[in-house]
Design a binder for this molecule. Structure first.
Ligand code: CDP
Length: 245
């Protein structure tokens, strides 16, 4: 008999450690829902900048997070063009992110959002609003949920918890290549500096800091290819490298 498959899988880790690439591929392999919680914090940050809410006004940013409507939908819902391998063949998006109905899929990836997303995510009221929505998304199981605090806070009873890590230099190289592949100009040192600042805030904030859950399996992907990380995660999922309750 095959071992049972974990129904709720969490992947946490710092920026550009490979969470979203692996999360999407693993979810597709299992035919599970893939949900990247980072887009929610990014959408709140984008909205604060767009509506002119000062980032350091905790009460106003929290009120915005509580009322903002965030939708994450499969790509190409209405452009009449079928996704290839789950991605939009036209612009490579994994999903479409709507904030109050506006398509902000790429706007949430700008340097301005990168620079402000960690302070916004450190506000407890913002986290409360986002976590409630994330738990609703995961309630049905068959989900791969990706973020910073998914195994520790959002879904502490998840069946399988993974933590992906890599050196900050390697992570900055990956992010630099991603941005260049989208045709945008960027400077490696700027990407590295912004990533270090984000790591620092995410790891040292009081509410739900980036931590390895006690029961998580840690993979250092610094010298691993995407294929190697995927093979290892599939082995853990299918080989019973976890325990069902
Ligand atoms: O893609 P990348 O790893 O650069 O970042 P992300 O996963 O999109 O997350 C952006 C930011 O949102 C992080 O730097 C955290 O500050 C915050 N975040 C969080 O606090 N908790 C989560 N579960 C996910 C993201």
């Amino acid at each position: 008999m095959n071992p049972p498959t974990p129904s709720t899988i969490t992947i946490d880790g710092p920026a550009a450690s490979g969470k979203s690439t692996i999360g999407e591929l693993l979810a597709r392999h299992l035919d599970y829902l893939y949900f990247d919680t980072g887009v929610m914090y990014r959408a709140v940050t984008w909205a604060a900048l767009y509506y002119g809410v000062p980032i350091d006004d905790e009460a106003a940013v929290t009120a915005l997070a509580e009322r903002l409507r965030i939708d994450v939908a499969p790509p190409n819902v209405d452009d009449g063009c079928d996704p290839v391998d789950g991605r939009d063949p036209v612009d490579g998006r994994q999903y479409t992110v709507l904030a109050d109905g506006a398509d902000v899929t790429w706007e949430i990836r700008t340097p301005a959002v990168n620079a402000h997303v960690s302070p916004v995510s450190a506000y407890p009221g913002v986290r409360r609003a986002m976590v409630a929505q994330q738990r609703r998304v995961a309630a049905g199981g068959r989900v791969v949920m990706v973020g910073r605090d998914i195994g520790t806070v959002v879904l502490p009873d998840a069946d399988l918890k993974l933590y992906l890590d890599a050196s900050v230099e390697e992570r900055a190289r990956r992010r630099w290549r991603e941005v260049r592949a989208r045709g945008e100009e960027t400077d490696y040192d700027a990407v590295l500096g912004s990533m270090r600042r984000r790591d620092d805030i995410d790891s040292n904030r009081e509410d739900s800091p980036l931590r390895v859950a006690a029961d998580a399996i840690v993979l250092d992907t610094t010298d691993m290819s995407v294929e190697a990380v995927l093979a290892e995660t599939e082995r853990l999922v299918e080989g019973g490298g976890w325990t069902a309750e």
